[in-house]
Write a protein that binds this ligand. Structure first.
Ligand SMILES: Cc1ncc(COP(=O)(O)O)c(C=O)c1O
Length: 292
């Protein structure tokens, strides 16, 4: 268990530093993954993500044997990688003696589709390092994540970190263990799926009713945000300045993931269902004032 995603990634980057020099990163992709591996001296290879997920041709022409992907719900575009593509990537990584870091950060929260098995679940070659977090399913404030290593990396892990103390307090670990053992976790997951699906659908309808034909939805249906863009001429400077005045915090996809993909990340996870209407009204107000 680790103290959040960057902690899990740091532990891993250090662990396999002598084995790999190049780190294949989704483009666009989660900036934290890139930053951590950069800090440990890896050369970053940006590999484009298309409709199918990470592009195999670009991957093959890169020097990366170690890759980072978000197959369940690509960050930030929302693409779900097909089983066919997952198998192709697994086969390729196996053939070059590499590893896949699978970041499965919010797969508990898919509202339309039945979840596709994780890459780690499909992996017959022990080539997947699975990263999970309690940030979306329980609370980001808890700072608890976990990493599941393939068996052959365990001796190296034990040798490297033998003298380390646990990174998550025993009290927290024990509480989580009992919570799961007593069956509360399954119930909790069902509950948050239902609540967040309701919030997602209500939020989407509010956006449609308020922004009307001035916007498009770029990603939806999973996680705790809907991504949107204007479809009309838009004064971004005015929009950002009005948002600041009204204390509306804006999140842009590009700021956190690089590449060419741009969208406004409209998070709904922090609101109660009946707070969404007022929030969208306030947003809609600055949105309409920013249309040229
Ligand atoms: C792509 C991605 N991976 C992992 C995480 C989990 O981060 P943490 O466990 O540090 O809260 C997030 C959180 O937003 C994320 O967006």
């Amino acid at each position: 268990m680790c103290s959040g995603f960057s902690d899990s990634m740091g532990l891993l980057a250090k662990l396999i530093q002598n084995k790999y020099t190049h780190f294949g990163m989704e483009e666009p992709g989660y900036h934290v993954a890139r930053r951590v591996f950069e800090e440990y001296g890896y050369a970053i290879e940006s590999i484009k993500v298309a409709k199918e997920g990470m592009q195999l041709d670009t991957l093959k022409s890169s020097k990366a044997k170690l890759i980072y992907i978000t197959p369940s719900h690509h960050y930030p575009t929302g693409v779900t990688m097909s089983i066919k593509q997952r198998i192709k990537i697994l086969e390729y990584i196996h053939s070059i003696d590499g590893y896949i870091i699978e970041d499965d950060y919010d797969s508990e929260l898919a509202y339309y589709n039945r979840p596709i098995p994780s890459l780690q679940g499909l992996d017959n070659y022990a080539r997947v390092i699975y990263m999970g977090t309690f940030a979306k399913s329980l609370s980001p404030a808890l700072r608890v994540s976990y990493m599941v290593l393939p068996k052959q990396l365990l001796p190296l892990y034990k040798k490297s970190y033998d003298a380390h103390f646990p990174r998550v307090s025993i009290t927290t670990q024990k509480t989580l263990e009992l919570f799961m053992r007593e069956g509360h976790w399954e119930r909790h997951l069902r509950r948050i799926r239902t609540i967040n699906k309701k919030k997602h659908n209500h939020f989407k309808a509010l956006l449609q009713n308020n922004l009307k034909n001035t916007f498009e939805i770029v990603a939806e249906g999973a996680g705790l945000a809907i991504l949107i863009n204007p479809t009309v001429a838009f004064d971004w400077k005015q929009f950002k300045s009005l948002a600041e005045k009204e204390s509306i915090k804006l999140y842009f996809a590009k700021e956190r993931s690089g590449g060419e993909f741009e969208a406004i990340r409209m998070g709904f996870g922090g609101f109660l269902l009946d707070e969404l209407e007022e929030a969208v009204k306030a947003f809609s107000n600055i949105w309409h004032k920013s249309i040229c």
